[in-house]
Design a protein around this ligand. Sequence first.
Ligand SMILES: [Zn+2]
Length: 751
Amino acid sequence: MDFQAYIPGLSPAEPGPLARFTPPLEEGVISTWLPLHAPSGSWVLDPFGFSPRLALEAARAGYRVIVTVNNPITRFLLEMSARPPAETDFKAALADLASAKKGEERLGAHLQALYLTSCEKCGNDVYADSFLWRKGEDAPYARVYTCPHCDDAGERPVTSQDMEKARRIAGTDNLHRSRAFERVTALEDEDRVYAEEAIAHYLPRPLYFLTTVINRIDNLNLTPERRRALNALILLACDAGNTLWDHPAERPRPKQLNIPNQFREYNLWNQLERGLAQWTETGSGVPMETWPNEIPEAGGVCIFEGRLQDLDDEIKKQFPIKAVIGSLPRPNQAFWTLSALWSGWLWGREAVEPYKRALRRRRYDWAWNATALNAVFAHLFDWLQLGTPVFGLLSEPEPSALTSALTAASAAGFDLKSLALRTQHDPVQLLWTCGEHLRRQSGNANVQEVKEAIHSHLNERGEPASYLHVHAAGLIALATSRALRQNNQEFDEALRGTQTLIQTALEEDRRFVHYSSGESVDTGLWGLALDPSAAPPKSGSPQENAPDSLSDRVEIAVVTFLQKNPESIFLDIEQDLYPRFPGLLTPSKAMIYSVLSSYAEKESAEWTLRTEDVASARRNELKDIAGLIEAIGRRLDYATRKQERMYLWEQNSRIERIFTILASALIGRAISETPYPPEQTVIVIPGGRAALAAYKSQRDPSLAARMKVYKVVKYRLLRTLIDLPVLTRETFEEQVAGDPLEKSKSQLMMF
Ligand SMILES: [Zn+2]
């Protein structure tokens, strides 16, 4: 397979509305990919409608994008981002809501009063920003506020008034709950139970808040633009108002409707006010129409409301699709169920009707996901011309999601052309083309083939890989020989079969080593066992065929690039690097940052090699260090002999110590090049390289094991030793043994 380079993008400055449910994609990826595969102005299809930002970016890049959207909330997000109301409309709508009457009060004041509490320090009234709850209790246990009177701020225990207030609101809860329910579905409706379950994820206070606001908007006489703006703010409050906000926030992207053991109840009035910034900071105008209205050739979004399967075949023929793009959907019971609920709240029962299946379905598993994806791919296959490219982004790529996507596409007649994978935290970039319209035979799944594919990837990598990487290597082999699904196999059977095959390949093959504290194959890392048949190295001749590890090669590539291109931004570096390490070899950002922080300095986003790391400066320093080794050797009565790049201490022609001086952190390479026993070998590195060496050993257990045997010391140690007034062989041994590498600075950035 001709692997493509991973296309780097930039993390969006603002995560945008409902960001915890929309796919986390980088910006700039689709606008880089499209011009390489389709002429500007041509028709492009996003059949998944899963990421509003993706479609908008394609439209802004000058393409006419047809998006099929089934979920009313996603559709609304898309419309709002393409045609955001003016900031003045948001403000006016919110002001109208605040000044509406509620009995004798203003509605705004009434709703804000729901969150009144008293400052623990000065006793004044303050509005809590949130309350903290434990699952199953009838009152919160803490409140979070910032007091404008005395600046007291943070989490404080609740008062008895806070608890009483929560219970008082709960006293009228039945009425509001049934109102909230009736906007979604009729009483006799078979979907009633699912709507009730979704509403159960709202506490009484937010539910009272939301139903009060929603029942008011119809009477506010807002212009359509202001109504849209207010709906947008309420939508964010609908999400802020549920119980899916665990505290502390450990699962920021919920997939299931589960009430966390501890969770945060937000002040929804604050959320309405803050929502304004979220909408106005992310939107920008893009022409948008509803199918089948025309959009300009210069680019725009054409929304088809419904599923791809509902598009008429005759109409489809009028739209020559040049490329298909999309964020591949992954099951999200929480978002899909809540979407149905919110659609009912915002637009009434009729809006929910076409989408109701989401309420009905409780379990979305991978087999369901593969079946649904396959239905889309099968329709695409009928629509598209031979060879049409399909570019899919799979965010949060767990192994099962990848298996599901590849199986669904392959079974529908698409040929996998590339799979670029960075880490399990980044979207996988997949490229298929529409295959031959002939009856296709599926191949036989072959465990040997999977073993060879995994072996070949690990060998090329030169270091252990995550389970996701080896899993992907196995999947690619199976996709290439069309063996992901046997003829007419059900998808759950096909997915299970593939999973078993890859597991068996890993467990059976003695060439693979599992670095993991757990039992399960998908934890930890997989690497290659050192070849037991290889002869032990002969003295004086380096080991052969040990390829540099991926991280060593990345270090070389980054430094080479910076030598030629000083003042480069991170994206420049990624753009140079990724084509050199395509497909499964794509280096992680953490790896690139580790190299950069070791060698370079950043000034206003531009990286330049440190003065001491310019090649000429390093060469001089290497000479100095060699001189030190010789001088220290002399004081310890050793003769120093240079052999290739090594310095040997000898006594009576017997080799006692071997020094390898590095300017880099290429320790793996240095180890494989030295023909001498590890316990005699000292690898000397600049102090500025210690953190990088530590980072490499942390992410590569096989390197860590080798580095335990060899001595790795910093230049500085030799400089200290030469200054010692009394230096003995014992002191030397002690000092060399006690020069630890620094710990890598951040655990989070490990991969
Ligand atoms: Zn105070």
